[in-house]
Design a protein. Sequence first.
Length: 246
Amino acid sequence: MAEHNSRGFIGNSIMACGVVLAAFIVSNAWKTTNIQQNQTISVTGSAKRSIVSDLAVLRGSVTAYGATNAEAFQNLKYQKKSLLLYLAGKGFPEDKVRYSSVNFYPIFDILQNGMQSNTVRGYNCVQNIEVESQDVYKINQLSVDIGSIAEQGVSYTPDPTLYYYTKLANLKIEIQAEAAKDAKNRAERIAKATERELGPLRSARMGVIQITAKNSHEEINDYGINDVTSLEKEITAVVSGTFGIE
């Protein structure tokens, strides 16, 4: 009777150990699977393209002086006539030129102590003039040459020439797609190097589009850069992605 009880006890013990071992194996397998499922790779991809501006704007102001408003205005008209003839000779007829309203600014006498007096000695008459063209190279050359107008007695002060790329909307979509593809390629190489397979995309974040002068070393910032002072530019997109690994 004692021998039978002993055998029963041993059998029950073996069975209990088997249940515990099976539970351990299942638990360990679940933990391993869960860990694998939660393993990810986070990468950043980028893409860059060179672009050439397709719209340029040259702005500047003509300033004329006169003892009175009327005299200053007449002097401005004379200078503007010379400037328009110059622009027409460069391929920009008058109907392609835009003007702002005319502004008058009093010029005060200066006292011996260097302070400004209340006596008006004359007036400056100022008008802004703008030329816009899709022929960006013609505008670029004009911005280089227009300083010579001073030889004709024209007081012209140019602003920095502005260069735009008008097809940015479609280009942004294309270059962000290229950056996302680059991120996936990077993740695949990392997974392959560790003898794993790349899983599905878990999350993605688009960075700010950066438009800089060609070959610029300007530091990229979180707010984005949109250079409008360079004829030739580079557009850069960055995409950060997190992928599962299997």
